[in-house]
Design a protein around this ligand. Structure first.
Ligand code: TMP
Length: 206
């Protein structure tokens, strides 16, 4: 159990590629800053020099499924050790664009890696540390595809087929049903304003 100063919170954003979470990330950070909080925005895979180097490999280099999962968690260990835990200890709020739910959704749901292996890695890398709040931006595959097709160069995950994203989406929704206290599902197919009304509500409740 890590001691968080000033009741700092660890918030993660999740969703299939093209769910639009990045648009809301900066809005959320600014909203919290306007309430006087110190906020650090970071991402996974990435967030540290080593993590960003691993991200390059993970997004562009073909590899074995288990190697992929191990590298995701290796980057996460570094991220927790160098960035997330120190920030929470000094009272800074942390917003991470993806975290462990993404491994359960992509490597577990999408690629079919046995959940028990992911649970071992989760326990090893983060012990009892979990996000205080996870916002799951949920969209249909049609909306996600439309948003991705506007993007010229797609990475290794974004190039996956519809059924891969269908499995990822289902795995995310299954996680949300398993952890209803932590994971809030946001219908991301709506307008920006409608989504921000929801986010405003959530922010004021934490
Ligand atoms: P991003 O495009 O949202 O920055 O995320 C990069 C990709 O990495 C995205 O397609 C999802 C994938 N990913 C995993 O497969 N497993 C993980 O644990 C994480 C954090 C990301």
């Amino acid at each position: 159990m890590i001691l968080k100063k000033n009741n700092a919170k660890f918030i993660t954003l999740e969703g299939i590629d093209g769910a639009g979470k990045s648009t809301h990330l900066n809005w959320l950070a600014e909203r919290l800053r306007s309430q006087g909080k110190n906020v650090l925005v970071t991402r996974e895979p990435g967030g540290t020099p080593l993590g960003e180097a691993l991200r390059e490999l993970l997004l562009h280099q073909a590899m074995n499924l288990e190697t992929e999962a191990l590298l995701m968690f290796a980057a996460r260990r570094e991220h927790l050790d160098k960035v997330i835990i120190p920030a929470l200890r000094e009272g800074t709020w942390v917003i991470s664009d993806r975290f462990t739910d993404a491994s359960f959704a992509y490597q577990g749901g999408g690629r079919g890696l046995d959940e028990s292996k992911l649970k071992i890695l989760e326990q090893w890398v983060q012990q009892d540390l979990q996000p205080d709040l996870t916002l799951l931006f949920d969209v249909t595959l049609e909306v996600s595809r439309q948003r991705l097709s506007a993007n010229a160069s797609l990475d290794r995950f974004e190039q996956e087929k519809q059924d891969f994203f269908q499995r990822v989406r289902e795995a995310y929704l299954k996680r949300a049903a398993q952890f209803p206290e932590r994971i809030r599902v946001i219908d991301s197919g709506r307008t920006l304003n409608e989504i921000q009304v929801d986010l405003e509500d959530i922010v004021s409740s934490i």
